[in-house]
Design a protein. Structure first.
Length: 287
């Protein structure tokens, strides 16, 4: 990533307007769906945080990405930040900008005396699962059907019900310290760990859901998801819809039985969510 990318808090309306433009560019939001400058201003004034990634300093610089979070309550009245959006301009992904934004968010939130950030992400997006679980050390305990409703309106999410994982990021935990330090390893082998669901390869190389099993009880389970959800949606929206139904049918029950989603495991061109039967405390203590 270019060395002159600068990550810093945004507290002015020029920055808020740049955030509006990026929302449209990344998600294809209509004006109706964009979080507007005056609302961002109120979020920041109330203790929330807008971080921007800029291509340098001084006049004329452009926003390359941002992360926006609000202060809220968690279980037992504990304070948390809830991250509403983190985005990087199309074409600039895989350059480390998103990770730098999240690490800066972590540092700023810790400086407020808060040690938990939560956010939601699509269970079918393998790229997001890898980033949130493997690289950042987040943990998922909850699957929420229709979190954003039955029919999302932005270009990226249009066509599928808005089911989401709720990701919990415990900022001071040994797990997070290890993950943000680059430690990711899986002692797993396909064929040695039970896989919840069956899939069928399509002519495009993508895979379609083919059923699965409830009632498994191993310490680790795998659940296959599409390798590229957006490509699958462009190719066959009905298959993508079938995947959403498969998630509801299997992931939600296993999480309700006490499994946690702790990572993404890849074998060749296939992607699998990793489920563990363990307490949250056990998972967070591991490095």
């Amino acid at each position: 990533m270019p060395e002159d990318v600068v990550i810093e808090p945004v507290r002015d309306f020029a920055g808020y307007r740049a955030c509006e433009r990026l929302q449209k560019e990344v998600w294809g939001f209509s004006d109706l769906a964009v979080v507007p400058d005056h609302l961002i201003h109120m979020i920041v004034q109330a203790g929330g945080l807008l971080l921007g990634a800029f291509d340098g300093v001084g006049p004329g610089r452009e926003m390359l990405g941002f992360s926006l979070s609000v202060v809220g309550l968690w279980e037992g009245g504990r304070l948390r930040h809830h991250s509403l959006m983190t985005a990087v301009r199309p074409g600039l992904q895989d350059r480390g900008i998103g990770q730098r934004l999240k690490l800066a968010q972590r540092a700023h939130v810790l400086a407020q005396g808060i040690d938990l950030i939560t956010w939601t992400f699509d269970p079918l997006e393998s790229r997001n699962a890898h980033f949130n679980l493997n690289k950042l050390g987040g943990v998922v305990r909850r699957y929420i059907p229709n979190y954003f409703g039955e029919d999302m309106r932005d270009e990226r999410n249009r066509g599928l019900p808005g089911d989401r994982f709720l990701c919990e990021w415990y900022l001071r935990s040994p797990r997070v310290e290890a993950r943000v330090g680059g430690a990711v390893s899986w002692d797993l082998r396909l064929g040695e760990v039970e896989v919840i669901n069956r899939t069928v390869r399509l002519p495009s190389g993508q895979r379609a859901p083919g059923g699965g099993r409830l009632g498994l009880s191993g310490p680790h389970l795998l659940f296959e998801i599409p390798s590229d959800l957006q490509a699958l949606k462009r190719e066959n929206l009905e298959v993508a819809r079938a995947w959403r139904g498969e998630c509801r049918r299997f992931l939600q029950p296993y999480l309700e039985e006490g499994y946690l989603v702790t990572g993404l495991f890849r074998e060749g061109d296939r992607s699998f969510l990793v489920l563990e039967k363990a307490s949250l405390e056990e998972v967070l203590a591991r490095t």
